[in-house]
Design a protein around this ligand. Structure first.
Ligand code: ZN
Length: 340
């Protein structure tokens, strides 16, 4: 049988069901796995996504023509049955399962296996062909427990307070920031301060009834406010910008999987790096591929130089890559936030 999902110049396409997945150019119908800028684009005739993604696509794209499926709900398109399953990446993130005559393909979109109070946990979906991301597909990437990184954030804030400094933490405004706020809930005496670009996304998560630490907008505070010891969340694009001047004395840190490599922190002129990622690390990636039971694995984005030979040698699966337009949402979309 022909491949159920193929790569086109507009995105991944399922001809048997006549729909795209995470199309990056306008098409008549696209499923969107989640709201990050490299997966959700404007200009689709019809959007299909998980129920929890709808508010996010509204916010990010300003579109209304959105159809939703609950996780696990099956819908027929042409010759295929389609369902969405939690990817554990951010609120509303979904894997898409496509079935034709008993053959099952799964596309993960971005995913992670670690606990995250802001979204439904990743579900292993058995399949024949597994299309997955490979953002951090090197053995060097091995995430510490989130609790450990959150206590490091709290210690850093205390240190900043003792030195009369603000503690500015850069984190992507969809997913990462909210996960950090959820983990900090109940652990701070004062509200976390937010850069203006963080406000909408935090509101979207609160509307979805996700408990987050109390927040306050930096811009709502009087000019003579002391920022000593205040934890501030801002998008990576705000680093070293004019916006930081109001804090006078401050330290800067970033929360990202890339912070696992010390050189990245040094190069980016950050005092601290916290290893908090929305993606699977190497072990989680391999384990998830194993658990899927797939005999064929297609990696869509990231560097697959280590992954593909490993899968062929150690798991005995057929492995290949597709060159999609998906990139690293932990960094890539920072430019879009410069304007906010
Ligand atoms: Zn993403």
């Amino acid at each position: 049988m022909s491949d159920l999902i193929t790569l086109t110049d507009r995105g991944l396409y399922c001809e048997a069901g006549d729909f795209f997945v995470d199309a990056w150019k306008p098409v008549h119908r696209s499923f969107v796995t989640h709201g990050h800028g490299d997966h959700a684009h404007i200009g689709m005739g019809e959007y299909w996504c998980s129920a929890a993604s709808k508010d996010i696509l509204n916010w990010r794209l300003g579109v209304q023509n959105i159809h939703t499926l609950d996780y696990g709900e099956q819908r027929r398109f042409g010759d295929v049955l389609v369902s969405l399953h939690p990817a554990g990446h951010i609120l509303g993130s979904a894997q898409i399962r496509v079935e034709r005559e008993g053959e099952v393909w799964v596309f993960t979109g971005d995913f992670k296996r670690e606990p995250d109070p802001t979204c439904a946990p990743f579900e292993v979906v058995p399949c024949d062909v597994f299309i997955c991301e490979a953002t951090f597909a090197f053995p060097v990437y091995s995430w510490p427990a989130i609790e450990q990184e959150i206590s490091r954030v709290l210690q850093w804030r205390e240190l900043c307070e003792s030195e009369g400094k603000a503690a500015i933490l850069y984190a992507y405004s969809l997913g990462k920031a909210q996960r950090i706020l959820a983990e900090l809930n109940g652990k701070l005496d004062r509200p976390v301060l937010l850069h203006g670009a963080m406000e909408r996304g935090v509101d979207v998560y609160r509307r979805a009834n996700i408990a987050l630490a109390p927040t306050e907008l930096v811009m709502s505070l009087p000019g003579d406010t002391s920022f000593a010891g205040r934890l501030v969340l801002a998008p990576p694009s705000a680093q070293d910008s004019a916006w930081t001047r109001r804090f006078r004395s401050f330290e800067q840190a970033q929360a990202s999987g890339w912070m696992q490599l010390r050189g990245n922190r040094r190069r980016r002129n950050l005092q601290r790096g916290f290893v908090i990622s929305d993606h699977a690390d190497w072990n989680a990636l391999i384990e998830t591929i194993r658990e899927s039971g797939a005999h064929r694995v297609i990696a869509t984005h990231g560097n697959t130089d280590a992954l593909i030979p490993y899968l062929e040698r150690e798991l005995g699966v057929q492995a290949e890559r597709l060159r999609t337009a998906y990139g690293d949402d932990e960094e890539l979309t920072a430019n879009a936030e410069n304007v906010a």
